[in-house]
Write a protein that binds this ligand. Structure first.
Ligand SMILES: [Mn+2]
Length: 329
């Protein structure tokens, strides 16, 4: 039995509705994986709805949903969610900080992040396809299409291709053979005009204004770049950090945003001797939480954990520099 057939057989026994849940602020990879999976399930006679917890932050995610006609709803607006309903989690895992517990039964998970130790509160997964070495969740779903001999409709293929594209930073970050192969396979079914349109919707004029302000503060200490933003949401911090990392002299970068609820930290590295996840944990050590991949990581320090009367900027820079110098000595 293929993985998809396995999943379908399990879901056919659902006592209530089936929901596909993405991580809380869905990005293109999560949206595409959910969209593709919903189509495959419907082809096999399993009805499902896509739900998520919080509104999109980046404009390309919003445009993607509009242009490709993707139906998905805020979980808080779906009145019918019941504790007996079953959930398939995509692009995340139950117990992650960015996956709200909807109180239903998480029966299945399809993800490409590191395995999360937390067991689902209500029983174990009956289906689990977790591939931490893969660059995107979209390519896993694209493989389900291939194995099933199912041609993805144009909008689905476009979404999956864009999902792979974004999560692997234009096929340059953490790309697996599967990502590359699925990108190539999807190419003949996807709509190149729509991909171009989405590439042209990365930030808004308002984002640009806050970037312009923030980029004046970029500081480099050796190979490390620092960027401070004010009140920027998670996605904007990450996107701004990607720009800092694209600077020739910079090999690793830390962007942080000071917000009323705390400080969001984004870490990037394009070299193997600086691990983004370790650097992120070093920055938030004892006062927050952080983690991620070797080239891409994040963290958060809640406002009540910030040391009183000390500059947050100096704290972050000091911790990062101490970590790097400790590494290299
Ligand atoms: Mn992903």
């Amino acid at each position: 039995m293929s993985r998809l057939e396995d999943l379908v057989a399990i879901l056919k026994a659902a006592p209530g509705a089936v929901f596909i849940q993405t991580h809380d602020v869905p990005d293109p990879d999560a949206i595409a994986a959910a969209f593709g999976l919903r189509y495959l399930l419907s082809m096999s006679g399993v009805d499902s709805k896509i739900v998520y917890d919080r509104e999109f932050e980046k404009i390309d995610a919003r445009r993607m949903v509009e242009l490709l006609g993707i139906e998905m709803s805020l979980a808080s607006e779906v009145a019918s969610i019941d504790i007996e309903d079953w959930i398939v989690i995509v692009d995340g895992q139950h117990g992650n900080a960015n996956i709200v517990d909807l109180g239903c039964v998480p029966v299945a998970v399809i993800d490409h992040h590191q395995r999360c130790d937390a067991e689902p509160a209500r029983g174990e997964y009956r289906f689990s396809d977790i591939r931490p070495d893969n660059g995107s969740c979209s390519s896993i779903i694209a493989e389900y299409f291939q194995v099933a001999g199912e041609v993805p409709p144009r909008f689905v293929a476009t979404a999956l291709m864009y999902g792979i594209f974004i999560d692997t930073d234009n096929l340059t970050r953490g790309v697996s053979d599967l990502d590359a192969e699925m990108f190539w396979r999807l190419h003949s079914f996807a709509d190149a005009d729509l991909i171009r349109k989405l590439r042209g919707s990365q930030i808004t004029l308002r984002d640009l204004a806050s970037y312009a302000e923030a980029f004046r503060t970029v500081e480099a200490y050796g190979r490390i770049g620092f960027l401070r933003l004010e009140g920027a949401d998670d996605s904007l911090v990450g996107a701004a950090n990607d720009i800092v990392l694209s600077v020739d002299e910079i090999d690793a970068s830390i962007a942080f945003s000071v917000r009323p609820d705390g400080v969001k930290v984004s870490v990037r590295s394009r070299v193997d001797d600086i691990r983004a996840d370790e650097l992120s944990r070093a920055v938030v050590r004892d006062i927050g939480f952080g983690g991620g991949h070797s080239h891409m990581a994040g963290g958060f320090i809640p406002i009540d954990r910030l040391p009183k009367g000390k500059s947050i900027e100096t704290l972050i820079k000091h911790r990062a520099i101490s970590y790097i110098e400790g590494q290299c000595s």
